[in-house]
Design a protein around this ligand. Structure first.
Ligand SMILES: CC(C)(COP(=O)(O)O)[C@@H](O)C(=O)NCCC(=O)O
Ligand SMILES: [Mn+2]
Length: 904
């Protein structure tokens, strides 16, 4: 934005001072009196959210994915959706244009046999449910400088967002539908309406700014788990807001001016106050007093400032002493800019850095204080700050938080929103009559951080990203930029400054940084209406999937582990795609991209929301997929499956020769021993270079000495063999391919079937390392069933083996009809599992299960070790990492865990 062009001032004054939409009574009055300060414009009436009646747009009701697990981009079917989806909503402010747009895929395909029969069996009759992470729709968040409006128009045009996206019928047919209406809010919706008509042929339908802010904020609080956070002393902490206890809260939108809104419900709010001293004041005064050419430059300067050269401190008045009687220390600001009265200096003699910091503190404290007073006025404890003045700027957030904390004596909480800049645009998107977003809850939304997002979704950026090649070509640029962004912002020497009635917030960990890095915090929101909360979770509200807290130290360790693993992973990934030049290029790009994520998170662990180890491991898988590596371990998995299937008949025979108790022990031992086949563990991969899988398996079995590090086997055996109260249905979550599933889990499942217990094998929806997927499992079961009548009858009963197999040895001919063996997908594409978001298939299968078995380090140790379920749970894993073994169990690598948790 140009500093000397007043028409391009960041945010026009009216924008935050009531908007140009629906006028409230009090505002109209104030307008009538002339230019009243914003705080005098408090509305006295509660406004119900008004939705203007535009055409039906996006209807997610009955949304369904049509596609198989093999499909890379299956289509979400929107049965109630008309073709003319508008994918776009805008918030055109004075300095920034914010876009929220929806994208979907166009491929059509059909469901596979397994899924159809499982659905029938589980009585999932919607015909419209589908599986994650085959995702139907995504919400993207993009911003542009208003000064570069043309870039924004180019972006919309190249993606054809105004015509429903490049996949829409109107785009494909080349027809230009007339009268396209795009929802827009912000002053620019008026100012630039003609330009949009001229350039894109669209009309902007104006939505009231307050309505949009509130709708956007309510949606984010309701639907995004890690949206709101506190920011004190440089530390960000996410706050989980209970959906049923969201209201009331105070929403303070800090743009050029400040609007203070009391929010009482969905569409129920009242603008209770405001102040004309806001972001525009900071930027306006700053521009006059410094040479700064942009808001960001001014903000950046403040980080090197020392405001004690400009502000009059209590100590300046009291000869360096505190005014302790009223609780003011010497470093407290007595008067912003007060020192300049007696200095007798010219403006040019002050450092612009100091000026910027004094200004920033003056304005931030003022906003914090006024907000607190309004919260006090209405008895509100939660104050949410949004708007582009905040810009994820740590000093600003710290200063506001400090003010609220100081004046409220810790009673009220200042909170900020990760999507703070997009409240208006999101609200405008919500105002399409049928957008379907209202019905979505946190478990329906998955936020991903593709490498496109930092640019397209976060940072102001010019031309849109096209295909993968384009992405790779700017990858170098990105990495360079990423390094700049993540480099710690230099801090001024600790100043003795205090501020308007408060102490200077001390900033632990020199991690205060400017908007540049915060811009990377917004990902792409995937809408997955079919995800469900696992019904057997004891308490979904208190459930935390991650076992260990990724504090800075812990993150440093995992950073090294994952970085060290990268070359091997890239090698496998490239080989899985035929080792072509293109695959090599993509492999490099993946490594760059994933490293950039790691550096970013190392710098600011909370950058992507609350991030645990499970998220980190999933991010790696997602990043692979982003660079089109869909199954890096495919050949390793095949090789190990084949080798294991070859020895399975011998193993089954050996097991069958044992008595029931000895067999159960051998089976559990077998599971633990075979869990060693984990290509995600460095120690294990080193082992594989020393022998064949069968040799390693034998060695691993031989080492199975009890007691294991956690050994509840006897308790489990007692319960399992309780004849008067047998289990009815076991959900068995499997882990790795090869020996793990074939020689470990399948024989265990067979034992359950033999006891008349129905078995549901739960496997990943998408590949992750060498984990077996739900798509691969039926073939393995069918192979195993060739040698085992129990498995065959059960698989047939479960619809896993659809066609009768001819010419196989049938040792179960005379057995009665079997209980079923089924396979369901878990909804994940990660080595871990978050039970707050599982496939509807798994949720349906879980309803009458009385035993849950979790296997593997990812699903039973990294996640869910402390999770409590409504049914009995057995957690089985070999610990394949020394540090984890020490940390969790005070043990050693290759220790085994057999943790049994009966419900009562
Ligand atoms: C990625 C994993 C969780 C997979 O383990 P699994 O669930 O297959 O038992 C595990 O291999 C892991 O934590 N690896 C990183 C630690 C290491 O290399 O030591
Ligand atoms: Mn695994």
């Amino acid at each position: 934005m140009a500093a000397n062009n007043s028409s391009e001032a960041p945010i026009p004054p009216l924008e935050e001072a009531g908007g140009e939409g629906v006028k409230h009574e009090a505002e109209a009055e104030a307008d009538g009196k002339g230019k009243a300060p914003a705080q005098a414009q408090a509305a006295s009436t509660t406004t119900m959210l008004h939705r203007s009646g535009s055409r039906p747009q996006l209807d997610l009701s009955g949304a369904a994915i049509h596609g198989t697990l093999e499909d890379r981009n299956p289509t979400i079917l929107l049965p109630n959706q008309s073709d003319d989806i508008s994918h776009l909503a805008l918030d055109i402010g004075g300095s920034l244009i914010k876009l929220v747009y929806f994208s979907r895929h166009a491929d059509q395909s059909t469901e596979d046999k397994r899924k159809l029969s499982t659905k029938k069996r589980l009585e999932i009759f919607t015909g419209a449910r589908r599986s994650y992470p085959v995702l139907g729709g995504r919400l993207h968040f993009v911003k542009f400088e208003t000064g570069k409006l043309n870039e924004c128009l180019d972006f919309i045009s190249s993606k054809q967002l105004h015509r429903g996206g490049v996949d829409s019928p109107s785009w494909r047919s080349g027809a230009q539908p007339d009268n396209i209406v795009i929802k827009a809010t912000g002053g620019g919706a008026y100012k630039y309406a003609d330009l949009f008509k001229e350039r894109l042929g669209v009309s902007l339908e104006k939505e009231d700014e307050m309505d949009c802010l509130v709708a956007g904020s309510n949606f984010l609080l309701k639907a995004i788990r890690h949206e709101a956070f506190t920011h004190m002393d440089g530390q960000k902490e996410y706050v989980q807001i209970d959906q049923n206890d969201m209201f009331p809260y105070l929403l303070v939108n800090v743009g050029s001016g400040v609007s203070i809104i009391k929010v009482d419900g969905h569409g129920k709010f009242q603008r209770v106050s405001g102040t004309n001293v806001g972001g525009g004041t900071y930027w306006g005064l700053g521009r006059l007093m410094t040479e700064c050419k942009s808001f960001d430059e001014l903000l950046e300067l403040s980080q090197r400032g020392d405001n004690s050269t400009i502000d009059m401190l209590v100590g300046d008045i009291y000869g360096g002493l505190d005014y302790s009687k009223i609780g003011l220390s010497a470093s407290t600001i007595a008067s912003s800019f007060g020192k300049t009265i007696s200095d007798n200096k010219e403006l040019s003699e002050y450092r612009p850095e100091d000026i910027s910091l004094s200004l920033l503190r003056m304005i931030s404290y003022n906003i914090g204080q006024i907000s607190y007073l309004n919260a006090l006025r209405y008895g509100l404890k939660r104050i949410l700050f949004g708007g582009f003045f905040i810009r994820g700027h740590a000093y600003t957030m710290d200063t506001i938080s400090f003010a609220v904390h100081f004046w409220s004596k810790g009673e009220a909480k200042a909170m900020f929103l990760r999507h703070e800049g997009f409240l208006g645009a999101l609200g405008a998107f919500m105002s399409y009559e049928k957008h379907g977003l209202d019905d979505l809850s946190a478990h329906h939304l998955v936020e991903r951080f593709p490498m496109g997002a930092p640019y397209v979704g976060g940072k102001i950026h010019g031309p849109p990203l096209g295909d993968l090649n384009e992405k790779i070509s700017w990858m170098e640029k990105f990495v360079q930029k990423g390094i700049q962004i993540t480099a710690p912002v230099p801090m001024g020497a600790p100043a003795t400054t205090g501020m308007g009635g408060f102490e200077r917030p001390t900033s632990k960990g020199d991690i205060l940084r400017s908007d540049a890095s915060a811009a990377l915090n917004v990902g792409v929101l995937h809408l997955v209406p079919s995800l469900d909360v696992f019904p057997l979770l004891e308490d979904p509200k208190t459930y935390e999937p991650n076992t260990i807290d990724l504090d800075h130290n812990e993150f440093k360790y995992w950073f090294t582990v994952l970085s060290d693993h990268l070359p091997d992973l890239v090698e496998k990934a490239v080989a899985s795609e035929g080792g072509t030049d293109d695959a090599k290029r993509r492999g490099d790009a993946f490594a760059h991209a994933f490293s950039a994520h790691l550096f970013r998170l190392m710098e600011e662990p909370a950058a992507y929301g609350k991030f645990g180890l499970a998220n980190l491991l999933e991010l790696r898988e997602e990043c692979l997929r982003e660079f089109q590596f869909f199954d890096a371990y495919v050949s390793i998995k095949q090789r190990e499956n084949e080798a294991s299937l070859a020895v399975l008949p011998d193993l089954l025979m050996e097991l069958d020769s044992m008595d029931e108790e000895a067999r159960l022990l051998a089976l559990i031992e077998g599971v633990l021993a075979a869990n060693i086949f984990d290509w995600g563990s460095k120690a294990c991969v080193d082992l594989y270079h020393q022998g064949t899988i069968i040799e390693i398996y034998r060695m691993s079995r031989k080492k199975m000495q009890r007691p294991w590090r956690i050994d509840d086997f006897d308790m489990f055996k007692k319960r399992m063999l309780k004849k008067d109260q047998p289990y009815k249905k076991a959900l068995i979550s499997v882990d790795n391919s090869g020996a793990d599933v074939v020689l470990g889990m399948l024989p265990l499942a067979r034992e359950f079937l033999r006891h008349g217990i129905e078995v549901v094998l739960v496997a990943n929806s998408l590949p992750a390392l060498n984990d077996i997927t739900a798509n691969e499992l039926p073939e393995i079961v069918a192979e195993a069933a060739k040698h085992c009548g129990i498995l065959r009858k059960a698989a047939e009963a479960g619809g896993l083996i659809v066609d009768a197999m001819a010419g196989i040895q049938d040792d179960a001919k005379d057995e009665p009809v079997s209980v079923p063996l089924m396979v369901v997908e878990n909804g994940c594409g990660s080595p871990c599992i978050d039970f707050r978001q599982v496939s509807s298939e798994l949720a349906a299968a879980a309803k009458d299960a009385d035993l849950l078995i979790l296997e593997g380090m990812g699903r039973a140790l990294h996640t869910n070790l402390n999770a409590r379920f409504k049914c009995d749970a057995l957690k089985l894993a070999m610990v394949k990492n020394q540090r984890l073994a020490e940390k969790l169990f005070n043990g050693n690598i290759y220790d085994c865990i057999c943790k049994f948790e009966p419900v009562s």
